[in-house]
Design a protein around this ligand. Structure first.
Ligand SMILES: Nc1ncnc2c1ncn2[C@@H]1O[C@H](COP(=O)(O)OP(=O)(O)OP(=O)(O)O)[C@@H](O)[C@H]1O
Ligand SMILES: [Mg+2]
Length: 374
């Protein structure tokens, strides 16, 4: 049985002509699964989570935790947040500033009928799991680093062994190295404690690392829900493909039954849909850049000729290249072993197996090519 079931959830902010934050959101989370909601800013991730937690009242839909209906708009059921048996972890830690780390963690146990000795045992045990020692637990949040505060918040969310643990961007306030460290610790915690989790992030790498399954959201709706590798290898829409790090290589069109690229040599398998124009996207890390004329000429690659390097930037161990094709910008991330300078004339090649085609819609224009993989 699923621990969490959501059906046709809708939330509108404001009365007349309000903002539809989420619409028709449905999902199920089996016991002990970690489901991640990922998508660009404003797509409705936090709103979905806040509806599940009881921090927002949806306008329509049903939410069930196990066999208990905790929200049903039609039947006017809305179980208040403190009776939902959840643990919550927020971006800003949300700890009690006047309580020590220890007492912050013990807080959820105080409202339940749990003996003092048992409280002490549980706080001690969970503090060990999240790697907080006694000296740190005696300090107040203001005396702890961000990473330590988030460990306290994690322990507080888990200590009462709630049915469902919810996270809203828990790592976004931390620096990159700490983010990676805590990300794998959350993964380990989940494997150890096997709680059912819903985790919100705008960061794709985090979503892939933490989630057993990932729900990709855009514009208030879940567009694709699957294992991380499924979203990566078979993105359902071009926006999801872009979120997964694919970039538009060129547009192909059909004329008299023949396919040709508008600015590439198209030689791959033809799309089998009804549209007459498709965009060809490729994993940005699989696109090869070569000086004009030197590009791979085998049958299994797409070639895009006539690019000019517009900009080069450095991203630590990789470089970012902006290549201009007649005013269209393609942003690539490459290893550092090749050097390019602005003004270099280049061709792109990509293996057919690393590309995906999607019907070209008017909404996808050149500007969305610059969408980052968040
Ligand atoms: N309290 C509110 N009042 C009015 N509009 C709101 C409120 N909360 C959210 N919204 C709107 O609902 C939409 C979804 O917001 P939400 O916070 O769920 O996005 P998000 O995916 O969590 O984004 P982010 O990654 O920036 O946190 C946005 O258009 C937002 O402006
Ligand atoms: Mg949010």
């Amino acid at each position: 049985m699923s621990d969490l079931k959501v059906k046709d959830l809708r939330k509108v902010f404001g009365r007349r002509a309000g903002v539809v934050a989420i619409d028709d959101v449905s999902l199920e989370v089996p016991q002990a699964e970690m489901l991640v909601l990922v998508g660009p800013s404003g797509c409705g991730k936090s709103t979905t989570l806040r509806c599940l937690a009881g921090l927002e009242n949806p306008n329509a839909g049903v939410i069930e935790f196990g066999d208990q209906t905790i929200f049903d708009a039609q039947r006017k059921i809305a179980v208040p947040i403190h009776r939902r048996d959840i643990g919550l972890v927020f971006q800003n830690y949300a700890l009690w500033p006047h309580l020590s780390g220890w007492n912050n963690i013990a807080f959820p146990l105080k409202s339940r009928w749990i003996s003092r000795a048992e409280r002490r045992r549980r706080v001690g045990a969970i503090a060990e799991v999240v790697d907080l020692d006694r000296a740190l637990l005696d300090k107040r949040p203001g005396q702890l680093s961000g990473g330590q505060q988030q460990r306290v918040a994690l322990a507080r969310a888990l200590v009462a062994e709630p049915k469902i643990v919810m996270f809203d961007e828990p790592l976004s306030n931390l620096d990159a190295a700490l983010r990676e460290q805590l990300r794998s610790e959350i993964r380990r915690l989940h494997e150890e404690i096997r709680f059912t989790g819903v985790y919100v992030t705008h960061d794709l790498a985090e979503a892939m690392a933490v989630g057993d399954r990932v729900a990709a959201m855009t514009d208030g709706a879940i567009v694709q829900l699957g294992r991380p590798d499924e979203l990566f290898t078979t993105p359902a829409t071009s926006r999801i493909a872009r979120m997964m790090g694919y970039r538009r290589v060129c547009v192909i069109t059909r004329e008299d039954g023949r396919w040709s690229g508008t600015d590439c040599d198209f030689s791959g398998p033809a799309p089998d849909g009804p549209a007459t124009a498709y965009e060809l996207l490729a994993r940005h890390d699989r696109i090869t850049v070569a000086r004009a004329g030197a590009a791979d000429s085998s049958d299994h690659v797409h070639r895009v000729r006539g690019g000019v390097v517009a900009g080069v930037g450095y991203l630590g161990s990789e470089q970012e290249l902006n290549v201009d094709f007649k005013g269209r910008d393609v942003r690539l991330v490459l290893p550092l072993d090749r050097t390019f300078a602005p003004g270099d004339r280049v061709d792109l090649t990509v293996r057919v197996t690393d590309t995906r085609t999607f019907p070209l819609t008017e909404r996808i224009d050149a500007s969305t090519d610059q969408e980052t993989n968040t």
